[in-house]
Write a protein that binds this ligand. Sequence first.
Ligand code: COI
Length: 354
Amino acid sequence: MQIQFVQAPTLKQKPADESKLGFGRIFTDYMFTMRYDRAQGWHDAKVEPYGPFQMEPSSMVLHYGQTIFEGLKCYRREDGGLQLFRPRDNFKRMNISAERLSIPAFDVEDAMAGLLKLLEVEKDWVPHAKDTSLYIRPFIIATDPFVGVRASNTYIFCIILSPVGAYYAHGLSPVGIYVEDKYVRAVRGGFGFAKTAGNYAASLKAGEVAHEKGYDQVLWLDGVEQKYVEEVGSMNMMFVLDNKIITPMLNGSILAGITRDSILKLAASDGYQVEERRIPIAEIFEAAEQGRLQEAFGTGTAAVVSPVGELCWEDKKITLSGGKIGPVAQRMYDELTGIQWGRMADRFNWILKL
Ligand code: COI
């Protein structure tokens, strides 16, 4: 695949204070794009200046939400070199989301070539401070100017980059989670497993209610019985119960997190018992009452490993690990970030050095 380079007339100032990056507010000078139409397939690949798309108000994505995205990061090692964590897994998962949303598949190697070329141009945007990285957001939008309901015939694939710090403003300190008992995020046969806008739009209302009650995030229960733990939306959930690490099994309505999979592999190789199964929320609260629930934490690219300090379900509240990060979450955080930032051996072959 040929990738054209279009020079930006001016470049932006890079953030002076890397301790104040926050998450997802600053974007770099360039983006990667390619376009799709039925006659040419994916074509017209470019690294071009970051900027607005020309698109019609009738573009299908604006009306029916035919769009998908991914999230991964580029890390700077202590020796200054750059590396990616399991990037092909993100593009493979993006094609799984594409299939569900009737978006044409792309060649994973074309997407990799586009990403690598973009990163070559933007390498100075990868921040240096501890726990910072360059967040990579690939996405596809449907662009046919048409307001009938069908799959679009034209699309834009785009990758934008954002230097980031911690996803949660309070970093590694534990988050408070509200177990949602009214709204649901996904149902059997729906597209809960896909990284698509609708799943996130569906979560906003419950997120607002949880914030009003003083919680950071919502824990979703299954959409049929509202009995079983699903995910948090920006992260998968894990619990340490009777010294075992348990997490909801992949059932089609939760995201197959790459961080989730990495933590399961790290934990198993560290000798922890890990279990993927249906987890009734009542079991979690019962185990907490009996003193058997040791920890809870979320996993995700943006969230990394985020300890949960408090869980609220109906009128019941539990506090975990004395409101601090527990030893298992700390160990998983240290090992995962150790590999991602190149401080520890890449024992699973997850790293791609640039
Ligand atoms: C990620 O972890 O990369 C995500 O996509 C979650 C997000 C919605 C911020």
